[in-house]
Design a protein around this ligand. Structure first.
Ligand code: DC
Length: 215
């Protein structure tokens, strides 16, 4: 059977992960959250006191196993889906994702998953680098104000203690890192459909994505 791959890219807090998860569920295919993979690596580095330096992270990843199962992410066999959402993990993930060895290892894993089954994969470089031949490509974005507000609400609901201003600063820093890094920065490819989510809700984003796929 031919596999279908759908690539969804965009900045943090744009709603792309929720959109990707819903779309995968509706289509009955797997959702792969590549940001969660960078977060898993960052979480392990923070937990084990591994410095955010390329050689140290490379060595750590050689001895790490990152897997998805049933919508959860596992690091060395342990479910760390909750832990990786902390603000400090977000910042560290953005930091280590600029390392060549870290990216190439995770990208290889992402491509292997997409070859074996149909997926909706979301991240920063999916349409441009991981799956350049994806059947569909979307770029989901929103203003910094809207994105900060959404992230802040999510953190509040999880009982995380952060001010709206701190969340906005973190997003700005990550936007800068993600769009300015030398290797596979966040970009909208020419063949991606852009969706701006400032004034539309999750259901509307979902309908819009599906309407493109029907075409
Ligand atoms: O999507 P997210 O916020 O969970 O991603 C966390 C960090 O991982 C993000 O700041 C940049 C990095 N990332 C990346 O470099 N490439 C991807 N495909 C996905 C995420």
């Amino acid at each position: 059977m031919k596999t279908i791959n759908i690539a969804i890219d965009g900045p943090s807090g744009s709603g792309k992960s929720t959109a990707a998860r819903n779309l995968a569920e509706d289509l009955g295919i797997e959702y792969i959250d590549t940001g969660a993979m960078y977060r898993a690596a960052a979480y392990k580095a923070l937990r084990d006191g591994v410095p955010a330096e390329e050689a140290a992270i490379e060595k750590m990843l050689e001895n790490s196993e990152i897997d998805f199962s049933g919508g959860r992410i596992y690091l060395d066999g342990a479910d760390i889906s909750g832990e990786i959402r902390a603000l400090e993990v977000s910042a560290a993930a953005s930091e280590i994702s600029k390392f060549n060895s870290c990216r190439s290892r995770l990208v290889e894993l992402q491509r292997r998953i997409a070859e074996s089954k149909s997926v909706v994969m979301d991240g920063r470089d999916i349409g441009s680098n991981v799956l350049p031949d994806a059947s569909y490509k979307f770029f989901i974005t929103a203003s910094i104000e809207k994105r900060a507000e959404r992230r802040w609400k999510e953190l509040q609901e999880k009982g995380e203690d952060a001010t709206l201003e701190a969340v906005k600063e973190d997003l700005k820093q990550r936007d800068y890192n993600d769009t300015h890094r030398k290797l596979n920065p966040l970009i909208k490819t020419k063949d991606a459909v852009e969706i701006i989510t400032d004034d539309i809700n999750i259901e509307e984003v979902n309908e819009l994505l599906k309407s493109y796929i029907k075409r």
